[in-house]
Design a binder for this molecule. Structure first.
Ligand code: NAD
Length: 470
């Protein structure tokens, strides 16, 4: 029985109402309401209640939009956000404390500290692939840092967006947190407004539009973008473990994960074994008919389905390859004999198609990675610490996992973000708190002692003394 995914008309906020909505949040922020820790923790608790009390309904909308398996929806979109809330509730008081720093001898007597202050009103624009996680995780950080927030979920996952539009004003403080629904027109109207920070997650073309719009108001941005995340498999590797971990990272959410391994570069002596082990892994997980299996999701819309179907011709299908437009199904697919200059290797795949290319050695793999834009994630499977060191030190990427995929995203002590073409800025845990805070230096001098050295008249003796400090 195919999984039913349903298209729904994208709900919209009237663009004419957007300036007023942003004004309301700014007014709320300027009233000082968002600054006390009690308000911040209270809102985080309300967000937790929203997730707990509406978890089943949200999981259902994620199924309607993406055919998202129940476990994946709970794990990535609900439990993941709840874990972020938990971290903030535990540590926020500590993070908010002013940070004492040393004062150089010649500036004493004085004291110096860094105070974290909220930036103001922030705009959070989210994509469709993890519609709750990518909207609420940055929101937790924005609220935790004491900001007002305007949220813009993706119109592509319309069922989820509509439910969020109902729940957010019910649960969260409408004076300081607003949600705007819609697509290009509504986001364009939002981007015309002045914000104090814009946090955008999605593709790089829209990232450029966001950054241009932000530049008009000198608004700082965090851009969480995508790209092709390579996965290097060395000769010295535990193939069984590598196959399971690669398949998990790739086929979760039907491959629609920003840090999914996009393609594999395997040592040519291990290719056959890796392909065979991946094949057995997929058989064991999804059976002979993955289409009937509720643990495997669907492609988000027809446009992406057509795009993925066209990419299949760029290699030899060794597993999968079936597509059905009627329920936007693309089978978990392995491709080999793929050319480096094919479309498949030029654009981010963002679907359940895994090309496996061979390399002579790790140096060749590093060359391939360095020929492309800096990826969001880079994976290397090897038992050789020398290979690990070579990959970490000779490549640049948003993050790296050794003998794992996606794992770095789940550790809140690590900053999550891109570099170069894969984005700028980072969040998760304290890193998110810092992203949405201004680190304000404050110096306090004693008035009891006021040496005249720095004041005019500037004598030759003072210049001489100053030069002694060189
Ligand atoms: P999308 O189509 O939902 O777009 C993202 C947001 O941009 C939406 O809210 C949408 O309304 C808005 N938008 C779209 N066109 C716009 C325009 N012309 N002007 C203003 N706003 C516009 O999502 P997407 O971009 O297809 O998302 C997939 C991409 O996002 C992939 O490249 C993926 O790798 C990347 N991604 C990155 C991360 C990360 O954390 N770095 C996470 C998820 C996805």
């Amino acid at each position: 029985m195919p999984i039913a995914v349903e298209s729904a008309p994208a709900p919209r906020t009237d663009p004419a109402a957007i300036p007023e909505c942003v004004r309301r949040v700014r007014h709320g922020f300027e009233s000082g309401k968002t600054r006390p820790i009690a308000w911040r923790l209270g809102q985080l608790e309300r967000l937790r209640a929203l997730l707990v009390e509406n978890g089943d309904a949200l999981v259902e909308t994620l199924r309607e939009d993406l055919g998202k398996p129940v476990l994946e929806a709970w794990a990535a979109d609900i439990v993941g956000v709840a874990a972020e809330i938990k971290g903030f509730r535990k540590k926020l008081r500590r993070w908010m404390r002013p940070e004492r720093v040393a004062t150089p001898l010649e500036q004493r007597p004085a004291r110096a500290r860094i105070v974290r202050e909220p930036l103001g009103v922030v705009l959070i624009i989210a994509p469709w692939n993890y519609p709750l996680q990518l909207l609420f995780t940055p929101m937790v950080a924005a609220i935790g840092a004491g900001n007002g927030a305007v949220l813009k979920p993706s119109e592509v996952t319309a069922h989820t967006s509509a439910l969020l539009a109902k729940l957010v004003p019910e649960y969260l403080d409408p004076d300081c947190i607003a949600l705007v629904e819609g697509g290009v027109a509504e986001t364009t109207a939002l981007l015309a407004e002045r914000f104090d920070h814009i946090f955008y997650t999605g593709n790089g073309s829209v990232g450029r539009i966001v950054m241009e719009a932000a530049a008009r108001h000198l608004t700082p941005v965090t851009l969480e973008l995508g790209g092709k995340s390579p996965c290097i498999v060395d000769r010295d590797v535990d193939v069984a473990v590598a196959a399971r971990r690669i398949a998990w990272g790739k086929f979760l959410n039907a491959g629609q994960t920003c840090i999914a391994p996009d393609y594999v570069l395997v040592h040519r002596e291990r290719e056959a074994e890796l392909v065979e082990t991946l094949k057995q892994t997929l058989d064991a997980w999804y059976g002979e008919a993955p289409r009937e299996n509720p643990d495997f999701g669907r492609i988000v819309n027809d446009r992406h389905h057509q795009r993925l179907a066209a990419l299949l011709k760029d290699g030899e299908v060794v597993v999968g390859g079936e597509c059905d437009a009627s329920d936007r199904y693309v089978a978990p697919t392995l491709l080999r004999n793929v050319r480096f200059d094919s479309a498949l290797m030029r654009e981010e795949i963002f679907g359940p198609i895994l090309p496996i290319l061979t390399v002579r050695d790790v140096d060749e793999a590093i060359d391939v990675v360095n020929r492309g834009p800096k990826p969001l994630a880079l994976y290397v499977f090897s038992r050789d610490p020398g290979v690990e060191d070579a990959v970490v030190s000779r490549t640049s990427s948003g993050g790296v996992c050794v003998n794992a995929t996606l794992w770095h995203l789940a550790n809140p002590n690590l900053p999550f973000g891109g570099v170069g073409a894969s984005g700028m800025g980072a969040y998760h845990g304290r890193h998110g708190f810092e992203t949405f805070s201004h680190r304000k230096p404050v110096v306090r001098r004693s008035t009891r002692f006021d040496p005249r050295f720095a004041y005019p008249p500037y004598s030759r003796f003072k210049v001489w003394l100053l030069k002694r400090m060189l």
